[in-house]
Design a protein around this ligand. Structure first.
Ligand SMILES: [Zn+2]
Length: 440
């Protein structure tokens, strides 16, 4: 109940924001928007998006996409809005479809899907590159850092940069020999180790011991850099802790040898080997000037455990002076641990984005997160925008919610006399693009 006054205040501002965005009278909009200069700046400034999974080209709607925790998945082009559900992506899907495809409907029902598919087909007739650039223009995003398996070849290199996954490097051995691990984890380890086997042939490395394996790891990272990667991505929080312990090289070498011999049976031992490899990857990424993007907080798979993905686990490396030259970006705000990670932002190697949060919660909640972070010393230099979008509608929704939330958070800081409007504009620029460009 104590939250009511703040909530009312924010809802008032939000309705002003919405009114000004769709207003028929600009005079009325100016009166309802207390900080028109800030509002105009946020509306007109294109984002640099540090995290996405672009899905370009016409895609047929498929209601059977597998997705253990969330419906719809970010790659789904459009979806029927469920009448009984409250979700930010449901609330904004019709608007997003209108903005991107020129859809005329007010809602999306199952029977509307064929009409939307026809619009999508027409939209993508221009080609993937042209179509995707248009999506970015409509969402107000200048550039996005994409997370595909291999470099992005069919999109515009001036607008889409590549972030290379490095997780497979941590898992040279499959899961069949390990005791007491879940089928979920076995499948992931088998998949990763197969990827390593295939890639090691490409690099001409035969694994005889840990030293030979680490030479392969360094070759992969150098190759990623050569192929234009702007950062590397770690998604391991989906199946192991983000605490990367400091493991002695001889001990890691012994685990690697038993892995080769097929006698590595304890997950705890395998995890120590992973810790050793991961820390070497982070050091090498720092040396190659590649920021490390780490999935933290909530996730899209039911196998994810929130204690594992808690960003506080990253103190194992963030607080270790040996990693002072590796920049780590904690993705997804570490949600719901976003408030706990504030002290981590004091460390010079730590940064945070709020991707996915901007289509999972309404602007009011995201504004609260940004307001709290921004009130913490120095955090305004550490926060970056990300979308985690796949399909075009998600880019639009992420950008829209972020703009509204950023305006709400900054206008509240002005209202409280903490910053003047000019400074709010400066901070908006940092969060929308300046910080991302500086880090990468
Ligand atoms: Zn993602």
């Amino acid at each position: 109940m104590r939250k009511t006054p703040t909530l009312c205040f924010i809802l008032l501002i939000l309705s002003a924001v919405t009114a000004s965005a769709s207003s028929s009278s600009s005079a009325a909009a100016a009166a309802e928007t207390p900080y028109p200069k800030l509002r105009a700046f946020i509306g007109a400034t294109p984002f640099i998006d540090v995290h996405s999974h672009p899905s370009a080209g016409h895609r047929v709607y498929d209601p059977r996409d597998p997705y253990p925790t969330l419906e719809p998945p970010i790659g789904r082009p459009f979806w029927p809005v469920r009448p009984e559900r409250i979700a930010v992506f449901d609330s904004l899907e019709p608007q997003a479809l209108r903005a991107v495809y020129g859809y005329k409907g007010e809602s999306v029902r199952a029977e509307d899907i064929p009409a939307i598919e026809a619009l999508s087909k027409e939209f993508w007739a221009a080609g993937k590159k042209e179509g995707f650039n248009r999506v970015l223009d409509i969402a107000g995003i200048e550039r996005t850092f994409a997370n595909p398996e291999t470099p992005v070849r069919d999109l515009d290199p001036a607008r889409v940069s590549w972030v290379a996954f490095v997780d497979h490097l941590f898992y040279p051995f499959g899961g069949a020999k390990l005791k007491n691990i879940s089928p979920y984890l076995i499948a992931i380890l088998d998949d990763s180790s197969r990827g390593v086997a295939v890639e090691s042939i490409k690099f001409g490395v035969k694994f005889t011991d840990l030293a030979s394996y680490m030479s392969y790891v360094r070759a992969v990272l150098a190759d990623d850099k050569k192929n234009g990667a702007v950062a590397v991505k770690v998604g391991s929080a989906y199946f192991r802790t983000l605490w990367f312990g400091d493991v002695d090289e001889d001990e890691a070498a012994a685990y690697f040898a038993s892995g080769l011999a097929g006698t590595l049976t304890r997950w705890e031992d395998y995890q120590k080997l992973q810790d050793f490899i991961a820390r070497a990857v982070f050091l090498e990424a720092g040396r190659l000037n590649l920021p490390v993007h780490v999935h933290t907080g909530f996730g899209a798979d039911a196998g994810l455990r929130s204690l594992d993905s808690n960003p506080l686990n990253l103190e194992s490396v963030l607080s270790d002076i040996r990693f002072k030259d590796t920049r780590f970006v904690m993705l997804h705000a570490g949600y719901p641990q976003w408030d706990k990670l504030k002290p981590l932002l004091e460390k010079r190697n730590a940064f945070v984005d709020f991707s996915a949060v901007n289509w999972m919660v309404y602007p009011r909640e995201l504004a609260g997160i940004l307001y709290d972070w921004l009130s913490y010393p120095g955090a305004s230099e550490k926060i970056v925008f990300g979308s985690d979008a796949g399909a075009p509608v998600f880019f639009w929704i992420a950008a829209r919610v972020s703009r509204d939330a950023l305006y709400l958070a900054l206008s509240r800081l002005i209202d409280e006399g903490i910053i003047p409007e000019d400074k709010a504009v400066l901070i908006a620029e940092k969060l929308m693009r300046g910080n991302a460009l500086r880090i990468h």
